[in-house]
Design a protein. Structure first.
Length: 281
């Protein structure tokens, strides 16, 4: 596995250099967490994982390698609301996640139950769900307003820094409820989005029936941790531990049913003799 790289040019250079010794395929991924998920699922010695550092680097590297007709290259990246914006992958050598990102895909799977079993309190979870909604449904509802703001920022081309947002500033750890007004105030401080009431009008234009296409994995994991800290459990294990349980908890039969997996298999069929995935048991 090749270490994380900073930009598309470095990714391309590293692949071309490694191609001298490795005649198999290259799977380009955004980050280390993606690599941790896929490494045990790809064919050893037949496929080399490359961490591009971000979606843009992976996409640009694939397009550059396409232009140089370098075979055996496939990139796997987060969708990041591209479907919602009617944007198609710019290369047949790019595969997008079914949900907005990999974290969302994993939280949508049976791996979510593993997290709740590992870090949740059964009695607290039952008491919460007795109110009429499942933990997963409530998690989506909490993360959706932030996901919609991220989506709107993309639509408007607003350079909004969501890393500056602290989820605890607008998600109450004692009630596990989101204060949307506090969220909007925090976002307004950056001065990148329209002021009220235009902001609400712009948000109202964004419609989607599938919250998994809108909710951002970082928001989902962070908000889930807040819930596990009190309402659903006794302590917040942190994003790293939650992520590790999610990656390990995806069942092979569930993975093989995903469009993402089928797209990778279709890529293999179009690009013999290059292979990426291990055979299903």
């Amino acid at each position: 596995m090749i270490a994380a790289l900073k930009d598309a040019g470095e990714v391309v250079s590293e692949i071309l250099m490694t191609r001298l010794a490795h005649r198999g395929s290259f799977l380009l991924l955004e980050g280390p967490d993606d690599s941790r998920f896929w490494e045990p699922r790809v064919l050893e010695k037949r496929c080399e994982i490359v961490i591009g550092g971000c979606k843009r680097s992976v996409v640009n590297a694939v397009q550059t390698l396409d232009s140089q007709t370098v075979p055996g290259i496939v990139g796997l990246v987060d969708d990041d609301c591209d479907r919602l914006r009617s944007l198609s992958p710019p290369s047949s050598n790019l595969v997008y996640t079914d949900a907005r990102d990999m974290e969302g895909l994993l939280l949508r799977s049976a791996a979510f139950s593993n997290v709740m079993a590992e870090y949740g309190d059964r009695a607290k979870i039952s008491a919460f769900e007795a109110r009429g909604t499942t933990v997963r449904q409530a998690l989506l509802q909490l993360a959706l307003p932030i996901g919609r703001l991220r989506w709107l920022a993309m639509v408007l081309g607003a350079d909004l820094n969501f890393r500056r947002l602290r989820h605890l500033d607008f998600v109450d750890k004692l009630t596990w409820r989101l204060d949307e007004e506090s969220l909007l105030r925090e976002v307004a401080k950056q001065g990148k989005l329209p002021a009220q009431p235009q902001l609400q009008a712009e948000l109202a234009k964004l419609t989607c029936d599938d919250p998994w296409q809108v909710c951002h994995g970082h928001d989902l994991v962070s908000i889930l941790g807040i819930g596990l800290g009190h309402v659903l459990g006794h302590h917040d294990p942190g994003p790293a531990k939650i992520g590790a349980v999610l990656r390990a908890g995806m069942h092979q039969n569930e993975l093989t049913s995903l469009p993402l997996y089928q797209d990778l298999r279709a890529w293999e069929s179009r690009n013999p003799p290059y292979l990426v995935l291990k055979s299903a048991p």
